[in-house]
Design a protein around this ligand. Sequence first.
Ligand code: SF4
Ligand code: SF4
Ligand code: SF4
Length: 254
Amino acid sequence: MCFSGEKDPYQKARIITILSLYVLLWLLIPLAFKVQVPILGGEWGSFPAIHTIGSLTFFIYMGIVLLFGKRVDCGWCCPCVTARETIGYPFRDKTPRNGLWWKLRHLKWLTLSLLVVYLAFMIIDAGTAYNRAGKFYYDVVTYGYYASFLLIPLTGNRNFCRVLCPFAALWGVLSVAGLYRIKAKKEECIACGKCDRVCDMGIPVARLVREKGEIRTIECMGCGRCVAVCPQNVLSFYSAAGILKNLFYKFIKR
Ligand code: SF4
Ligand code: SF4
Ligand code: SF4
């Protein structure tokens, strides 16, 4: 397989989960049960519709991201990165980490704005929303998405996630507003830069550790590569999962 060179068991588990969920949620269940979910105004999308604007699951997922962070989609579940995490895997080291690319990340606010306009039209008048805003939104995102595939050998596998995906921005905002972050014991950091070099999102992890003492940025898709590679164990995940785990341990110790 394209990611067979992956040594970290956590990453292997993550990529196999993305592949398995893709087959289960986007192929087997819809084919077997013809599952559909209602969208605002009576239109229909397909299961599980987390990327279908206005669907019930879209709103439920917003709450899940608040609790567990953007990683629940972008790190472990998103169907759009199934090919990027497998076929795109050999090009991970092409990920640009310069200042220009760190600025280009702001482009995704434009696609998020289009999504918000489309959602507003759905609420105002669902019948005309697609023609008034939806078609343009889908054209920009879909063509951008497929064009970014061609650029993977030059710009790394997560180019679309970094620059253009509206959900990267939306989930990212919810993620930062919610409980998710990577905590850092910054006094133990030896500034080796290993965390920077493994981050497919091009996040300047070491600088954030130094300056903020945590990774709390809308860019983080929670892959955990930086956590695993750190020789000093400086980094650790924090989210509702950690809170629930602590409550569980307290409960069983009583
Ligand atoms: S940023 Fe967009 S394309 Fe990338 S994993 Fe997240 S939702 Fe999927
Ligand atoms: S900061 Fe760490 S967890 Fe977040 S995307 Fe980068 S490597 Fe993955
Ligand atoms: S890998 Fe760990 S020790 Fe090295 S710069 Fe990053 S946080 Fe610091």
